[in-house]
Design a protein around this ligand. Structure first.
Ligand code: MG
Length: 373
């Protein structure tokens, strides 16, 4: 350790001769010394100067060495002062007194008359301990900083893992996680839960006609419309390809059907601008609700998917609902058309047919490009 790096020392003794002798010996050894004749004056100085090393007499009239070290340790505990290495210097040499001094908070103990060599050696030990503490503190601050950075990164990773990169909507993984939670809550509370599956009509031909960049613009525009429509308590996201899903905790089929129709009308009314093109975009929606028949969230999604396919087969830009009669019902003017209003069942409106459509038309993974056309 260089002389200049030595901790400044504070010497406290009410006996002038001892104080001056100590100061001279320490200064000769290369230390900067501040000397005080009383504990109170030393305490005030330490509060201003900060932590370091104190060599202190035990018996003093105003504030003795024990009271001083106790005051310093209290400040340390309150984090208003760093660590002080406190060497108690006294004529008391009984073992009980040494124990008492150390218990009060002294770091070390030396009896008068002291041996100069021993005093210097003990000061050097104190210096090493202070340096080690400093190093530990530095490492602990670095660690805290690293932990804070890691927490930010973990948050960002989590966001990325749950977000669709193109539309910034929750992705399939996040949606299904949320859906499972909402399903469990609905199971517990008996509250309804419904969902809307939607698919951009003729998306493949948009891509083929205008290119993939425009296709992406259309996907983002539909995502924005969905986001605008979703209330705080509702969930929406991109399942993959041009398929999206919304689900409505607390809402029954009729409310979800109404919401789907509003969204469908809004999308149809607002052509998407891409360069010089204004592209008319429509969506087909399928609505389903959690029922006693739908045993799990996947069943409900499958039902919504089936009636969305029915909407496609019946001309697209429509909303169909999977009602509790296990049939596909069209939604007109925001209202689910009752069974007696339905045209005679045809293979195209049959839910069972939609269920049995070929596997390549079903959503199996985020990588699947689903083109219901
Ligand atoms: Mg004294």
């Amino acid at each position: 350790m260089h002389e200049s790096e030595k901790t400044p020392l504070i010497v406290v003794d009410d006996d002038e001769a001892t104080r001056k002798l100590l100061q001279r010996q320490l200064e000769l050894a290369g230390y900067q010394v501040r000397a005080f004749n009383d504990g109170r004056a030393a305490l005030e100085a330490i509060q201003t100067l900060g932590a370091g090393m104190v060599i202190c007499d035990w018996s003093m009239p105003e504030m003795d060495g024990i009271e001083l070290v106790q005051a310093l340790r209290e400040m340390e505990e309150l984090h208003v002062l760093g660590h002080v290495h406190f060497i108690l210097l006294t004529a008391h040499n009984g073992k009980e007194r040494i124990v008492e001094g150390l218990k009060a908070g002294a770091s070390d103990y030396l009896t008068k008359p002291y041996h100069v060599g021993e005093l210097m050696a003990r000061i050097a030990v104190g210096q090493r301990m202070l340096a080690l503490r400093e190093e530990l503190l530095h490492h602990s601050l670095e660690l805290q900083k690293t932990n804070a950075q890691m927490a930010v990164l973990a948050g960002e990773l989590d966001r990325l893992a749950n977000t669709d990169g193109l539309t910034n909507l929750p992705n399939r993984r996040c949606l299904f996680e949320q859906l499972e939670k909402s399903w469990a809550t609905a199971d517990q509370t008996g509250q309804p839960l419904s969902c809307v599956m939607l698919d951009i009509d003729r998306f493949k031909s948009i891509n083929d006609t205008y290119g993939h960049a425009t296709g992406d613009t259309v996907l983002k525009a539909v995502a924005d419309a969905i986001r605008d429509h979703a209330q705080r308590t509702e969930w929406c996201g991109r399942l993959g390809g041009e398929e999206f899903v919304l689900f409505f905790p607390g809402s029954a089929l009729a409310a979800a059907a109404q919401a789907a129709e509003q969204l469908r009308n809004d999308v149809a009314a607002k052509p998407v601008r891409s360069g010089e093109h204004r592209i008319g975009v429509t969506i087909s929606c399928g609505v389903a609700e959690k029922t006693v028949v739908a045993a799990c969230a996947d069943d409900m999604i499958r039902n919504a998917d089936a009636v969305m396919y029915t909407a496609k087969e019946n001309g697209r830009n429509q909303t169909w609902a999977y009602a509790d009669d296990d049939q596909a019902h069209p939604v007109r003017n925001g209202v689910i058309v009752a069974a007696e209003g339905l045209p005679a069942a045809t293979p195209t409106t049959s839910v069972s047919r939609a269920r049995n459509r070929p596997p390549e038309d079903r959503v199996e993974s985020t990588h699947a490009h689903i083109d219901h056309q």
